[in-house]
Every structure is written in C-alpha cells, then in structure tokens.
Design a protein around this ligand. Structure first.
Ligand code: MOS
Length: 720
C-alpha cells in the first residue's frame, strides 16, 4: 500500500521556478502527434483475435415490463450467434466515484430507449440486422414524462436569514424565471467496449473517465471480484461526464463474452449514446435578488426544478455557484427533483454551475440595469469576504482581478447603452458574467520509476482530451531533471496505481500531486546518494548537482528506483472553501431582420491556482467557453411529448456550436498559487470555462437589441 499524504496543512511553494524548464510551460502533448495522425486509437479500433460483435436493442416503450423476446425473425440469418438478455446490463450508468452499479429491477423498463438486449453476430452488419429484427413484447404502465406537470417531486429546501423580509426591505429587486433545456455530452468518441475472458478474469478495453471506480462497478454488475477485472482506456475521445460511470455496452460485452467464450465488441451508435447514456437535466429556475440602492445584495433566492428517474441519487445541483459567488445575508434555496421517465440524468461538464450560472448571471445583469450600476461594478460590490453560508475563508480567490483585468483588456468602458450601436443590419452589443467552480481533491496514487536517465510514470489516470499525459510528464520531468522525451507516462490501465480519474475537474490537482509525491521520494533517494540535503540538490538535463559535486543520473540511478506517491483530502477541504474564478466578456451581433445572434469576440480571464501547462489549460477554457456559447445559442435536447424519448438525437438535430459559430476566443490565466488545495498548488480548470459563459452571451444580446433571454437557448425565434 502506498502511504497516502493527507492534505492537512498549507503546502509550501516548491519548484516555483522551473529548473528543467517544463512545468507550467505551454508544451505540446506527448501524445499529440498520435492524436492528430489518427494513431491514438479509440476503444473500438483495437480488435481482438476471434472477436465478434454485439448491437444493443432499445426499448420502444417508456415504462413497463418486458414479457417476451421473439427471435423468430432472426432464424436463418447467417452469422447470428445469440441474443443476450441479462438484467444487469440494463442498469443505468453510475455517476462516477461509485463502487457499485446501480440496481434496476429485472425486466423493468424505466425509459424509452433503455437497453434491453444484445444481439451478437460474427459481423457488425449481421448483429445490427438482427437487432433491427428482434421483437420484444411488453406490458406497459403509465409514465410521467413532463417535469412541469408530474406530481412526484422530491424537495430539498435550505435557507439562511429571511429572504422575504429582505425582498420587502430592498430598494431594488429582481424576481425572474429562467429555463434551460436538457443537454448531452456528445463526446467525439461514442461509447464502445471490447471484452474478453481468460479463465475467471475479464479484460475490458473501453472508453472511460474513472477507471478505479469503473473496475468496481463492472465487477459488481458481473458479480465477480474487482481483482478479476482489468480495464484499459489509454486514449479517450472525450467524456464530459458521460463516461464517469460504467455503461451498458461494457456490461453487455462482458456478459456476452463470458457466455460465448469469445471476445465481444459493442459499439454504440450516436443515437444509442443519446438514448441510453446520460442527459443533463432541463432546469426551471426562479431567481430573486434583493439589493440596496447601491447594488449591495441583501439576499438571494435560487429555487429550481430538475428531473431524473425515480430512485436515482443524482440531481443537477443547479444552485452550486449561488452558494459562494456573491454576498447577501438572506438566502433561500428550494431544489425540486421531478421524478419522470426520461433517459436518466447525470453529470455533464460542470454539473450545477453550467446551467445554474446562466440564471444567476442573467439575474445579476438584470439587477445591474434596474439599479443603474455597471454589471462589472455590481459584481465587485458583492464579493463576500468569506463563504457566505459556511463562514470559512476562500483558500484563494482572484475574482476581483479577473473582473478588473478582463474589463480592461476587453475594452468594457467602450460599451454603450442598450441598442445604441448598429452596423448595417446588425445590432452590436457587449455582455459579461462571472465564473466560479468549486475545487476538490480526490484520493490518487501513482508510481514513478527512474532508471538511468529515463523515467516512467504509471497510474490508472485517464486523459479524456484534457492533457493528463502532458502535465504528468511535465511534473515528473521537472522533479527528476529530465527533458520531456526522457519521461514516458503510461495511463489508462487498472493494473497501475489507482488515480482520481477525470471528473469534477479533480484530475490535474489530484493525480498531479500523486506523481509529484512519488517523484519527490526519488529526489530524496538521489540526494542521499549524492550525500546532500534535498534542498541542496539540483537536477537538470539528467545531471545531479550539489555544491561542486556533479553526477549523471545514469550513474546514480543505474539500478532502477521506484517509488509510489498518494494523496488524499484532509482538513484543508473543510477549513477553507476552494474554487476557481473567472470573468467572461462577449461582443455579439444580432441581425435585425432574422434575429440571428453571432458572437464576434469572447474573452475569458481565469484564476485557478498554479497552471501546470499553459497550453492545455487554455484549451480547456476555450472548450468550456465554446460549450457556453452553444448552451446560450443552439444546444437543446427535445423530447417526444408522447414517449419522453429524445428526438434531437444526432449531431444534425442537436446543435453543438461548430467552427462557423465560434469567433476568436481569448483566454488569460492569472498567476495564482493555492497552498490549501494540494502540493501542486493547482486548482481544477476543466469545468471553469463553461461556468457563466453562456450568460455573458445572452447578456450581450440584451445589450445589443433589448431582448432579454430567459428561456435558453436564444434561438432566432425568441429574439426577433
Ligand atoms: Mo465531469 S461532468 O465531472 O466529467
């Protein structure tokens, strides 16, 4: 067992100045060339010998019970090997960081499009043909599918002070309703798994975010020991939350492979992913703001309704950011979870902030206007000294600098009053919003081996396109004094020490710290070999130096040195509130004739502790801002009013922002260190960029043409 470093006290600044010249630098990803040349394969692209193919069959009813499977239409088809039906693989995906697969009663259908059976054949084409021909019969039950009308609602109220009196005493108030549609992750790589057995051991090559947990979930589904499960996920074509938990295709592939005694590959089509993975819940929100004439908040109310299947634990934590962004003593929340029969809802990038801040930051814009205060200034006047509900200080927070520096760089002072700028058919306007996303530390372990002047990093961390390979390589290279190409980072294999996984923006800080701690132990051994104190040791380009002694690592580590490092949360997570902060600024054009909104420029300024790689961190922010733009203007899941099934279930009908929609996006990362976060002093950045971004877009629309969007997305029909 690795000794786990507990994060109980502030951590000193170490390696603040780069010696090797790698940490923090905007370096290319070590696997970048493989990715852009198509040589970093997706899960489905590494076939096993003797492999067969499975295609999932989906439910065509919304709720009820499976009563029969009619295979007659498959008889005589060549290549069909079987129809696998097991209650285990219809379980819904977990949310990540679970150790058990959620239970679902046998033969029960809970939503339209739920995976029901797997047809396996020698070829993918035969399996797909068989899946289309298979006839399932059901006994149907009444299903509630509309979150606004269902009567089955769980309620979680919470309050501080008295919001109603604050509203009554306030000089200015806002009381508005906002709604956001369902969304999906739409990762580039659809879910896919290849499973094969050797005796009692199953290996799964799949596309997952949190392998340590996924292994336990799969073992639980199969009723076997986690020791008998190995998962390989070296390259992942995006996740955004959709691959946090093990999916039905993985469990189905493993069951079929066990029954048939051959490797089985199950690849989801894009429609499968929409139907049966996870959606972000739609939200209905009410925001109340009570403020004095100078804009200082007396209170905030954030009530919301989201939805999920009956019995599911997760619910979109809509008010997440409202708890800590702005002050005001009187605060009220009421979180309602409508129990309906739609595809289960789960984590999608920045669960909570991504949609909750659309409402919060829109309401702040509305308050700024009513109070006659500049929107940047209004936010500056409402920065709480401590967490307004927990009463603990912020570990670090450069929100004020993000607002001020962003406004300066963007040229915010040139913004004119609503609907005063017009260029031809286009109204031009500017909008802004705040950004915030809580930071967490999750247990994570890694192993580092130094042999001569080469190092190997091993951990079951994933790289879902975020840059894990790059930053972990940089951390080991910096600490061991090696050029990047002398360090090989191996990820995505449950045989390696268990990592945090990629989710909740915890990966860089958590897994980065584990690599840091392991490499630091090797430094201590090198110092001992040099006969010097650790502080007096300098490692650079494969040479160890102390005073006037100098030795090559090839000599010092002629015999391989291996160390493990591990970290887990401690008191710091409770004594301070940790979050990344930022500010978004948008200039938009709104067509006076068509109502089309075109973002013209976008700036995001963020502070998220130590930046481990300026390029990958910037890319994360840009990606998040693009999604914010999509959430503001185009993205929308649509459900069939008869079945609750998703009808906008491909990338032609579900409109993610594409190149033509996205202007130049500028990102600034402010220098910061957070000594309460982790030894790397880094905070999460993967979900910060989307937080608040869409509200800056719709606030800009208001400034351009005077149309206030409260029902997202801002499609032309709502603007014209
Ligand atoms: Mo993220 S939604 O925790 O992958």
């Amino acid at each position: 067992m690795t000794d786990m470093f507990r994060m109980d006290k502030p951590q000193p600044r170490l390696f603040d100045e780069t010696v090797q010249g790698v940490i923090g630098k905007p370096l290319d990803r070590p696997e970048g060339l493989l990715k852009v040349t198509g040589r970093a394969p997706y899960a489905a692209e590494v076939p096993e010998a003797n492999m067969v193919h499975g295609v999932l069959v989906r439910s065509t009813i919304t709720r009820g019970r499976l009563t029969g499977i009619d295979k007659s239409a498959l008889e005589g088809l060549s290549g069909i090997l079987g129809v696998i039906r097991s209650p285990e693989f219809v379980r819904n995906s977990a949310q990540g960081m679970a150790n058990e697969a959620p239970i679902q009663p046998e033969d029960h259908v809970a939503y339209f499009g739920q995976p029901m059976a797997l047809v396996v054949a020698e070829t993918f084409e035969a399996a797909r043909d068989g899946a289309h021909r298979l006839r399932l019969s059901y006994e149907t039950e009444h299903a509630e599918i509309d979150p606004t009308t269902t009567s089955e609602i769980d309620t979680k109220p919470d309050s501080f002070g008295d919001l109603d009196s604050a509203m009554a005493q306030a000089d200015v108030t806002i009381d508005q309703k906002y709604s956001t549609p369902g969304q999906v992750s739409a990762a580039m790589e659809p879910h896919a798994s290849i499973a094969w057995w050797e005796g009692d051991n199953v290996t799964l090559r799949g596309s997952y975010q949190m392998l340590r947990f996924n292994r336990n979930e799969l073992a639980d589904s199969l009723g076997i020991d986690p020791e008998n499960v190995r998962i390989l996920s070296p390259y992942v074509g995006g996740g955004f939350g959709s691959k946090l938990g093990i999916g039905s295709e993985a469990v189905a592939a493993a069951i079929a492979a066990r029954e048939l005694g051959r490797p089985v590959r199950v690849v989801m089509s894009r429609q499968h992913v929409f139907d049966m993975v996870l959606r972000r819940s739609e939200t209905h929100q009410r925001l109340r703001l009570a403020a004095k004439a100078d804009g200082t908040l007396l209170g905030i109310g954030h009530e919301d309704r989201v939805s999920n299947l009956p019995g599911e634990e997760f619910s979109e934590p809509t008010a997440m950011a409202t708890h800590f962004m702005y002050g005001g003593e009187n605060r009220l929340y009421n979180h309602e979870i409508a129990r309906i029969h739609r595809t289960p809802s789960g984590s999608v990038r920045a669960p909570g902030e991504a949609v909750g801040m659309l409402a919060l930051e829109s309401a702040m814009d509305e308050l700024a206007e009513v109070a006659g205060i500049d929107p940047v200034e209004l936010r500056l006047r409402n920065l709480p000294e401590k967490h307004p509900e927990k009463g603990v200080p912020f570990s670090s927070r450069r929100f004020e600098d993000c607002l001020r520096e962003g406004a300066k760089e963007f040229g915010w002072e040139n913004r004119t009053p609503t609907a005063s700028r017009r260029e031809g058919d286009w109204f031009i306007g500017c909008g802004m919003s705040g950004a915030g996303r809580a930071n967490m530390l999750v247990p994570s372990e890694a192993r580092v081996t130094l042999e001569g002047d080469r190092a190997i990093v091993e951990t079951d961390m994933t790289d879902i396109g975020t840059g894990s390979y790059a930053i972990l390589t940089q951390i080991a290279a910096e600490l061991l004094g090696l050029p990047m190409d002398r360090v090989e980072t191996r990820l995505g294999d449950t045989r390696f020490p268990g990592a945090s996984g990629s989710g909740g923006s915890v990966g860089a800080g958590s897994s980065g710290s584990s690599v840091f701690l392991a490499a630091k132990k090797i430094r201590a051994r090198l110092a001992e070999a040099m006969g010097c104190a650790e502080e007096d040791l300098t490692l650079q380009d494969g040479i160890a130096r102390s005073g006037n002694i100098q030795k090559p690592l090839s000599e010092l580590a002629a015999t391989a040195m291996t160390e493990e490092g591990g970290i887990k949360p401690g008191a710091m997570g409770k004594e301070f509130f940790q979050a990344g902060f930022g500010a978004h600024f948008v200039e938009i054009g709104v067509n006076a004739i068509t109502g089309e909104a075109r973002v013209r420029r976008m700036l995001g300024v963020f502070s998220a502790g130590r930046i481990l790689n300026e390029k990958t961190a910037t890319s994360q922010c840009i990606g998040g801002m693009v999604w914010g733009l999509g959430a503001a203007l185009t993205e929308e899941l649509q459900h069939d009013p008869r079945t609750g099934g998703i009808v906008s279930r491909d990338l032609a009908n579900y409109h993610v922002a594409s190149h033509a929609d996205v202007p130049m996006i500028d990102v600034r990362l402010l220098p910061e260190r957070d000594d309460q976060a982790n030894p790397m002093q880094a905070k999460g950045i993967g979900e910060l960029g989307i937080s608040g971004a869409g509200a800056a877009v719709t606030n800009a629309i208001y400034n351009a043409c005077g149309v206030r969007i409260r029902d997202f997305p801002a499609t032309p029909d709502k603007i014209i």
